[in-house]
Design a protein around this ligand. Structure first.
Ligand code: R5P
Length: 291
């Protein structure tokens, strides 16, 4: 029996005061259940509605690519500056310390390597994603690849079904086939298909006319950085993307292949969250680099 001595009667009922209204600053997420929103709120900064994801899942296709030969040496020092980590379950278990307490966007499909063309993909068992306490699952969509399109759409669909059961959001990753034009028409199509099939976040690439890609996608879009660019150009890319409506970046090579990755990640964050101009962010990069 609870101790009832000294029980204080409630008196602060706020009679006549409206219930505090809540707004969830992630596009298309207002109607999602609590668990989904909790996970999304770990990925996206609730003040800016944006995120800087650090992607280092490349090894699942490329093996020990430049900058990822020793993730313990190159990526662990970056973790504290990232809003979210995107990696595979193998690297997560083997290298990322569980006490980092950062949200994880888990690469949740596999089946491709750089030695072959695109393969049929397989999907992670949802129980493994739950065991790893991930905040989102990333699944690739190969729109326009005749042989693999249907399989990857089915994978995304299954991931969304499983994610919905357990409250885990899904990020649709638009892969670009060799023959695809990297334009707003293609990225708009692929992004929209990802969202229509239930993705809660879409990762795609920046392009001319990107504002149309964003406008027609009912969930947040984050951009991949792509191949390594000079730092100022990479910061310009981030700036243009968020200016055109991206909810942030999911960036890998332009951070971990930078001459000063910690400085670069902080400069990217300044662009994404503080709307810093590319030139100012580049100055910040140089200043942090010289410390
Ligand atoms: C590629 O295999 C992954 O999906 C990467 O996470 C993605 O391309 C982002 O990395 P980057 O900025 O290097 O393109």
């Amino acid at each position: 029996m609870a101790d009832l001595d000294g029980l204080r009667e409630g008196h602060n009922y706020g009679i006549g005061v409206n219930v505090v209204s809540q707004h969830f600053p992630v596009k298309g997420a207002e109607n999602l259940p609590w668990g989904m929103k909790d996970r999304l709120s770990r990925i996206f900064n609730m003040k800016t509605g944006r995120t800087v994801m650090l992607a280092f899942d490349h090894g699942f296709i490329m093996g020990p690519t430049s900058g990822l030969e020793r993730i313990d040496l190159t990526i662990l020092p970056l973790i504290e500056y990232a809003d979210c980590l995107m990696c595979t379950r193998g690297i997560l278990r083997a290298v990322v310390p569980p006490m980092t307490n950062k949200p994880i966007c888990l690469r949740s499909d596999a089946g491709t390597s750089l030695l072959t063309s695109l393969n049929d993909n397989v999907l992670i068992d949802i129980e493994d994603a739950v065991r790893l306490n991930v905040s989102a699952m990333a699944v690739m969509l190969a729109i326009g690849e005749a042989e693999h399109e249907a399989k990857t759409v089915a994978n995304l669909y299954k991931a969304v079904d499983a994610g919905t059961r357990y409250g885990i959001p899904v990020m649709g990753v638009t892969a670009v086939g060799k023959d695809m034009a990297r334009d707003a028409r293609y990225f708009g199509l692929a992004s929209r298909i990802a969202a229509e099939n239930g993705a809660n976040i879409v990762k795609t690439y920046y392009c001319e006319g990107f504002e149309k890609v964003v406008a027609a996608c009912p969930v947040p879009i984050v951009i991949a950085g792509g191949k390594k660019l000079p730092e100022l150009e990479a910061l310009e890319l981030c700036y243009k993307a968020v200016n055109d409506g991206a909810a942030g970046v999911d960036m890998g090579r332009n951070v971990f292949q930078s001459e000063a990755p910690v400085a670069m990640l902080q400069a990217v964050k300044a662009v994404v969250h503080d709307n810093m101009s590319p030139n100012q962010a580049f100055e910040l990069f140089n200043e942090l680099k010289s410390r």
